[in-house]
Design a protein around this ligand. Structure first.
Ligand SMILES: [Zn+2]
Length: 89
């Protein structure tokens, strides 16, 4: 009686790699040491052991080592995050 329905969609829903965060990942982050760049891109379809998946909130709050910069290659503001529920500061 087991239904294996929706397996592929479950696989596409990865959660944020940060501890204590259960948000759905929407950003894939990679480190390019030679260029001292943190690369942000839309979530990749497949998980890559060299890359980190982050939710939008954590991707926007990254703290970088001195001398590093962010290269944001996400497709603009195409994604909307469900709710925008943060009403209090
Ligand atoms: Zn997160």
């Amino acid at each position: 009686m087991r239904t294996a329905r929706g397996w592929s969609s479950i696989r596409a829903m990865r959660s944020c790699a940060k501890n204590n965060c259960d948000d759905v990942a929407s950003v894939t982050m990679g480190l390019r040491y030679e260029d001292r760049e943190v690369l942000l891109a839309d979530l990749l379809g497949e998980e890559d052991p060299n890359l980190l998946d982050l939710c939008a909130r954590h991707a926007d709050r990254l703290t970088l080592p001195i001398g590093w910069r962010i290269r944001d290659e996400r497709s603009a503001v195409a994604f909307t995050w469900a709710g925008r529920a943060e009403s209090s500061p």
